[in-house]
Design a binder for this molecule. Structure first.
Ligand SMILES: [Fe+2]
Ligand SMILES: [Fe+2]
Length: 135
């Protein structure tokens, strides 16, 4: 499998992104291998919980550093976590085929988020004066 580079440039954030992507990949694998529902459900809940904690920690950093695009980035987080919770609810309702395709899409969205919003925030952290903000 081809590995994507998803570094945002901040080592603390990058470590968390690795865990986040690791959980998404573990979930994909367990779905593809047709593992038991309780195993899949466990990984899914870990992913939701970890993602939530990760988003909170990024938002705390943004507040600490008076990040100008806090609102826009927070909205993205809210949207992603909402999507993730929908996938979890769908799986609980019993549709694992749907979960597989939704997770593939969600993985793309998370990677895009890391490469855009998180990257911009990392650049701001490295040099608040230079960072070019999208909004
Ligand atoms: Fe992130
Ligand atoms: Fe983020």
């Amino acid at each position: 499998m081809q590995k994507e580079t998803i570094g945002s440039g901040s080592s603390g954030m990058d470590a968390e992104h690795k865990v986040q992507m690791g959980l998404i990949q573990a979930l994909e694998q367990s779905l593809q291998q047709g593992q038991g529902r309780s195993d899949i459900s466990y990984i899914l809940s870990q992913l939701v919980e970890y993602t939530n904690i990760h988003f909170m920690s990024e938002q705390l950093l943004m507040r600490l550093h008076a990040y100008p695009d806090f609102g826009g980035h927070e909205m993205e987080h809210d949207h992603l976590i909402e999507q993730l919770r929908k996938v979890e609810a769908g799986f609980v309702a019993g549709d694992s085929e749907m979960t597989t395709s939704e997770i593939t899409l969600l993985k793309r969205l998370v990677i895009d988020h890391i490469k855009t919003h998180d990257q911009t925030f990392s650049q701001y952290l490295a040099d608040p004066g230079k960072a070019s903000l999208a909004s």
